[in-house]
Design a protein around this ligand. Sequence first.
Ligand SMILES: *Cc1c(COP(=O)(O)O)cnc(C)c1O
Length: 356
Amino acid sequence: MKKHNFYAGPSILTPYTIKNTADAVIDFANTGLSILEVSHRSKEFQAVMDDAQALVKELLEVPEGYHVLFLGGGASLQFAMVPFNLLKTKAAYLDTGVWAHKAVKEAKLFGEVDVVASSEDKNYNYIPRGYEVPSDVDYFHYTTNNTIYGTEIRKDPDVKARLVADMSSDIFSRQVDVSKYDIIYAGAQKNLAPAGATIIIVREDALGHVDRPIPTMLNYKTHADKGSMFNTPPVLPIFSALQTLRYYKEVGGIKELEKRDLDKAAKLYEAIDGSRIFESTVPNHEDRSIMNVCFVLKPEYAELEKPFMEFATSKGIVGIKGHRSVGGFRASLYNALPMESVDVLVGAMKEFDKKH
Ligand SMILES: *Cc1c(COP(=O)(O)O)cnc(C)c1O
């Protein structure tokens, strides 16, 4: 049976990415060798790195003066690398969920942290508004998409401080004004490639302002100066990332991806809002994520959770169990997920609704 993959991460990749990656594991760039056993200093791999960096710049319209890096350690390492490299005395953070919270925890190791607002009071089911970012902070950090709770900020904020964003779960789903940011980072495994690489887009001029010594590997400058090839990079995820980026370009770039993502999310939210038994966990429509759609059974139908999960499984639907801190269901609609899968999920919800 055809599977419909709604996992939150690692998550669905385009068939083009999977196919080309599988081929390269057997024979990489006609070298007669596997991508797994080729030097990262070979001209064939250097071309992969160069093309991947160039395509990130092209697709996201990255201006001059920025470096694109592919580093190991996951997005979670960036929670520490950002303050290590940028925090002199004080930084501001927006607390919109577990990932934001973890970033705050690391920043506190390096200086003062001003949490400008938090939505923890309602289990992070909304995006805080009306807060001010002080202009005397070294930077303001926020999470664009809160993967666990299904909330998202789709507008680049205007602040009078350097801007840093964790875009792990919605990068490439909208056109970002990169010029507003000093650092953008994103783990690959949500919208790009297998786990193991993190994309970092860093403004040259953001670096070199702190006095503390920074271990070589944790210093962005080390990697920026060497074109992200200071040491052995995660070659396979980078190869896969390149395939996905090529596919993104081929289908029409970010504009087209955003249109598709908006259509998919609209269809699913409409089904949830129109349902007798399901409801969204994010009441404010403006705050709803188009990448991770969280929903639950209404309290009077709570006992149907397990039966619906089994019903969905029987239709080939995979990965819709909600995160344990929210419960219910979460359907992740990343770029690689086709509308067909959304149709199957919506169909299953409607059929189940009628039956109960
Ligand atoms: C998944 C995720 C992370 C953690 O990524 P790792 O690569 O596992 O460290 C951080 N932030 C957000 C928004 C995420 O969705």
